[in-house]
Design a protein around this ligand. Structure first.
Ligand code: NAD
Length: 498
C-alpha cells in the first residue's frame, strides 16, 4: 500500500503522546483527549503537564544553552542537522499531514502542501545558520576597531495556536535553531500532536537533547507560566491579540523578556475595476476560504471599486458556491471542518450579527450538516458598512465582507481603517495604483495580483496591533539574536594618567 492511501480513515482509537523534555519522553497524571472536528471521534491523547514539568523543561533548555552543546557548533554543523530534518520530514510528510488534518480539520491535500512549506523552512533555516553574521566598523580611526556580534538570545519560549499547528511551528523552529538558541514549546492544547512528532524528527536528525522541549497543557496554566517565567529570555507568541496583550504584561512583570508577537488580522483585498476580475474573484474566494478562514492572513475585507462591484460579487458568488466543503480526509475536499466547537459558535454568531445589522447575504451564511463534525459554508456579505462588527472584528472563519470605493484614496483609507496590520492584497493592472496602494496600506505582508504567496525566504509579521517582530528568512533568525558591540584598541594606549 502506498503511503498516501494508508491513512485515509480516522483512527479507531486515540493515539497517546507523552511530552518531551531533555531528550526523553515522559507521561503525566492527567490527560487531554482530542476529537477530530471533522469526524467527532477521539484521535489523540496528550498530557496535561504541570508547572513543575514546565520548570524542568526550562531548566533543561537553560543547561543545553549554557553548556554550548548547540550554540557552540559552527553554523555549518547546525545547518546540516536542519537539512537532515528536511529529509526526514520529506519521508514522513503524509503521516504528519494526517495527524494535522485529524486534529485541526483541514483538508488532507492542504495539510500535505503545508508540510512541503515546512520542509522549505528547514532548508532556508539551514542556509541562514551558515549566513548569520554580524558587522564590523573600520571607521573608528586607526587605533580602534569595532565588531558587532550577533549572539543567540538564549532560552526561547514558543507558544503556538491551533490553526496551523505545524506550519507556524516550522516557520519559527528552524530559525530559532539557526541562531543557536534552545527552546520550550507550548502548542495549543487541541492540536499538539505534530509538535510532538517534530521532537522525534529533530532527535533522529541529531539535535542534542535539551535543545527542543515540548510541554503540553492549557494556555491558562502552562502558557501563562511560560510567559511569566524568569529564566526564559524571549517569548515568541502566535495567537490572539488578547492573549498577546497578556504576554506583554507577563513579560513586563517578570524579567522583561524579549517578545515576538504574531497576532490577529482583518486583512483587506482591494480590487480595482482594471484588474482581471476572474483572477481577482478566484483570489478572493481562496483568500477567505483557505483553512476555512481560520487564517491570520485571511483576506476578510473585500474592498472593490464601485463601478464593477455588482459584476465582481456575482463572479465571486459563482466561485464560492463551487468550493468543495467536506471530510478533511477526502482528497477532493477544499474546505474542511471548523477546528473547535467554540470557534464554530463564534463564526455562526458573527453571521447572525451581520444579518441583524442589515448586511446583504449573497451566499453561504449557514452551517453544513455532513452527519458528523462541524462545517460552515463560505459566506459573502455585501452592503457592509465600516462600523458593523463583521467589518471590524477578526471573525476567523469563512466570512467575507464586501465594501465599495470610488477613488484610490478612498480604497487606501478603507484598507487602513482597522486596528490590525497583518496582510493586504491589491488587484490591478495599473502599476501606479499597485505601487501606491502597496506603499500606503499599513500591513506586514502585501500581495499584488496574488494572495498568500511566498516562501520562508521572506519575513512575516504585522504592523499595528497585529504584532511585534518578524519571523522567517534572515530577518527571522536575527530576531532570536542580540547584538553585542566589541571595541578593540590597537597599539599603545594614550594614557589618562601622565
Ligand atoms: P489563542 O490566543 O487563544 O491561543 C494561542 C496559544 O496561546 C495557545 O497555545 C493557547 O493555549 C495559549 N494561551 C492561551 N491563553 C494563554 C495565556 N494566558 N498565556 C499564554 N498563553 C496562552 O489563539 P488561538 O485561538 O489558538 O488562535 C487564533 C488566533 O491566533 C487568531 O486571533 C489569529 O489571528 C491568531 N493567529 C495569528 C497568526 C499570525 O501569524 N499573526 C497566526 C495564526 C493565528
Amino acid at each position: 500500500m502506498d503511503q498516501k492511501n494508508q491513512f485515509l480513515s480516522a483512527p479507531t482509537a486515540a493515539r497517546a503522546f507523552g511530552f518531551f523534555v531533555d531528550g526523553e519522553w515522559k507521561d503525566g497524571a492527567e490527560h487531554f483527549e482530542r476529537a477530530s472536528p471533522g469526524h467527532g471521534t477521539p484521535v489523540t491523547r496528550t498530557v496535561r503537564c504541570t508547572v513543575d514539568d514546565l520548570n524542568a523543561a526550562v531548566a533543561a533548555a537553560r543547561r543545553a544553552f549554557e553548556d554550548r552543546r548547540w550554540a557552540g557548533l559552527s553554523g555549518a554543523a547546525r545547518g546540516s542537522v536542519l537539512l537532515r530534518v528536511a529529509e526526514i520530514l520529506r519521508r514522513r510528510r503524509d503521516e504528519i499531514a494526517y495527524w494535522e488534518a485529524l486534529e485541526n480539520g483541514k483538508p488532507i491535500s492542504q495539510a500535505r502542501g503545508e508540510i512541503d512549506h515546512c520542509i522549505a523552512c528547514f532548508e532556508v533555516g539551514a542556509g541562514a545558520a551558515r549566513m548569520l553574521h554580524g558587522d564590523s566598523f573600520n571607521s573608528l580611526g586607526d587605533d580602534l576597531f569595532g565588531m558587532v556580534l550577533r549572539e543567540p538570545i538564549g532560552v526561547v519560549g514558543l507558544i503556538t495556536p491551533w490553526n496551523f499547528p505545524f506550519l507556524i511551528l516550522c516557520e519559527r523552529v528552524p530559525f530559532i535553531l539557526a541562531s543557536g538558541c534552545t527552546m520550550v514549546v507550548k502548542p495549543s492544547e487541541v492540536t499538539a500532536a505534530t509538535t510532538l512528532l517534530l521532537a522525534e524528527v529533530l532527535a533522529e536528525a541529531g539535535l542534542p537533547a535539551g535543545v527542543y522541549n515540548v510541554i503540553t497543557g492549557s494556555g491558562r496554566t502552562i502558557g501563562q507560566a511560560l510567559s511569566e517565567h524568569p529564566d526564559v529570555d524571549m517569548l515568541s507568541f502566535t495567537g490572539s491579540t488578547a492573549v498577546g496583550r497578556s504576554c506583554v504584561h507577563a513579560a513586563a512583570d517578570s524579567n522583561f523578556k524579549k517578545l515576538g508577537l504574531e497576532l490577529g488580522g482583518k486583512n483587506p483585498i482591494i480590487v480595482f475595476a482594471d484588474s482581471d476580475l476572474e483572477d481577482a474573484a478566484d483570489g478572493a474566494a481562496f483568500g477567505i476560504s483557505f483553512n476555512t478562514g481560520q487564517c491570520c492572513v485571511s483576506s476578510s475585507r473585500l474592498i472593490v471599486e464601485r463601478s464593477v462591484a455588482a459584476e465582481f460579487e456575482r463572479l465571486l458568488v459563482e466561485k464560492m458556491k463551487k468550493i468543495r466543503v467536506g471530510d478533511p480526509l477526502d482528497e477532493r475536499t477544499q474546505v474542511g471542518a471548523i477546528t473547535t466547537e467554540a470557534q464554530n459558535a463564534t463564526i455562526l454568531d458573527y453571521i447572525a450579527q451581520g444579518k441583524a445589522a442589515g448586511a446583504t447575504l449573497l451566499t453561504g451564511g449557514e452551517a453544513i450538516d455532513l452527519g458528523r463534525g462541524q462545517y460552515i459554508a463560505p459566506t459573502l456579505f455585501s452592503g457592509v458598512s465600516r462600523d458593523m462588527a463583521i467589518a471590524r472584528d477578526e471573525i476567523f472563519g469563512p466570512v467575507l465582507c464586501s465594501m465599495h470605493f470610488d477613488t484610490v484614496e478612498e480604497a487606501i483609507q478603507l484598507a487602513n481603517d482597522t486596528v490590525y496590520g497583518l496582510a493586504a492584497s491589491v488587484w490591478t493592472k495599473n502599476i501606479d495604483k499597485a505601487l501606491t496602494v502597496s506603499r500606503r496600506v499599513r500591513a506586514g505582508r502585501f500581495w499584488v495580483n496574488t494572495i498568500m504567496a511566498g516562501g520562508p525566504e521572506m519575513p512575516l509579521g504585522g504592523f499595528k496591533q497585529s504584532g511585534w517582530g518578524r519571523e522567517a528568512g534572515m530577518y527571522g533568525v536575527e530576531e532570536y539574536t542580540q547584538v553585542k558591540s566589541v571595541h578593540v584598541e590597537i597599539g599603545k594606549r594614550s594614557h589618562w594618567i601622565a
